[in-house]
Design a protein around this ligand. Structure first.
Ligand code: FAD
Length: 224
């Protein structure tokens, strides 16, 4: 879509807005939100034309929240493509892409933050993730420290995720982290600080020490 959308927009002489993570308003006044400079800024963009070609960031919107649109009409067009005219041939997928973790597709995520204190304590979160059948993710400081690979970072400069269940362990809930996981259906926060911002967005909050809570949760899940 990143190749196709701008080419299509240029051919139609209309605007293209890519990587959209939020849409506000309707019609000509619609405002699109999109990250810029690798997530360092979030821009509010108004297209100069209608129609406008828009692509959305993977994981930014929940498929089960899609609503039927307005009254745009569609007309079927018969297309005959001469296969000899196709100049692009797909090749085997890159090996890296095969191995990379696609958190945007995860149903359940256990995310770990600086509250975990040391890399040696990560198995605590890994065991909970395993018991839940969840992917392990992290806040930026954890990935910056090299405790987990960058592909596991959630947030405005990491991946955007929308799982059914997001468990945040020792994560304060900074705006840059929140930006990447706010689409989660159910958010559980475990933090020893009752005033941590994560509790403003959590559906369930456990105020306490993750080093006590996580093993107890894991033991219960394993028992079942
Ligand atoms: P902290 O903010 O240090 O929070 C640690 C939390 O753990 C605290 O709330 C504390 O109460 C709790 N805690 C400590 N001990 C325990 C315990 N024993 N039990 C339970 N709780 C405990 N951040 C991201 O995550 N993703 C991004 O993509 C991202 N992009 C950024 C882009 C820019 C341009 C900038 C400037 C920042 C970005 N950040 C990003 C960083 C962000 O601002 C925060 O600094 C970061 O999210 C904080 O990570 P944290 O919650 O793990 O750590």
């Amino acid at each position: 879509a990143r190749d196709f959308a701008p080419m299509h927009a240029a051919r139609l002489r209309v605007s293209a807005v890519t990587d959209v993570i939020g849409i506000d308003g309707a019609g000509e006044l619609v405002k699109f939100t999109r990250p810029m400079f690798q997530g360092k800024l979030t821009a509010s963009v108004v297209a100069k034309t209608t129609p406008v070609i828009v692509t959305v960031q993977i994981g930014a919107f929940r498929a089960d929240a899609v609503r039927r649109g307005g009254s745009a009409s569609t007309s079927p067009v018969d297309v005959a493509i001469d296969t000899a005219a196709i100049r692009q041939q797909p090749e085997a997928p890159f090996q890296e892409a095969k191995q990379a973790v696609d958190l945007s597709q995860a149903e359940r995520i256990v995310a770990v933050g600086r509250g975990i204190k040391a890399q040696d304590n990560l198995p605590l979160a890994q065991n909970l993730a395993k018991a839940m059948g969840a992917e392990l993710a992290a806040s930026r400081p954890i990935c910056d420290s090299g405790w987990l690979p960058m592909e596991r970072q959630v947030g405005s400069s990491g991946q955007t995720v929308a799982p059914r269940l997001y468990v945040a362990l020792g994560i304060s809930g900074a705006i840059q982290h929140h930006g990447g996981m706010k689409g989660s259906r159910t958010i559980v926060g475990v933090n020893k600080d009752a005033d941590a911002p994560i509790f403003e967005v959590a559906d369930y909050g456990i105020v306490g020490d993750l080093f006590e809570i996580v093993p107890a949760l894991t033991a219960e899940l394993v028992k079942k």
